[in-house]
Design a protein around this ligand. Structure first.
Ligand code: ZN
Length: 67
């Protein structure tokens, strides 16, 4: 079993994708395939980027439920 890696931190800065500063939450996004790896993203951008990840990477996120 691979160890789930949780590095999601809630911080209050600017979203690296849409440059929103009024997002209530930003999360640290990382991926070996995404251009937004190591960026802070707002909820919407995070979701978008997350959905573009390959299945194997999604499963590394602890909140992702395998279907
Ligand atoms: Zn955003």
């Amino acid at each position: 079993m691979p160890k789930p890696s949780t590095r999601v931190k809630i911080l209050a800065y600017m979203c690296a994708k849409c440059f929103r500063t009024d997002a209530d939450k930003l999360a640290w996004f990382f991926s070996s395939t995404s251009v937004f790896s190591d960026c802070l993203l707002c909820k919407q951008c995070f979701k978008q980027s997350f959905n573009q990840l390959p299945q194997t990477e999604k499963e590394e996120w602890s909140f992702y439920e395998k279907k």
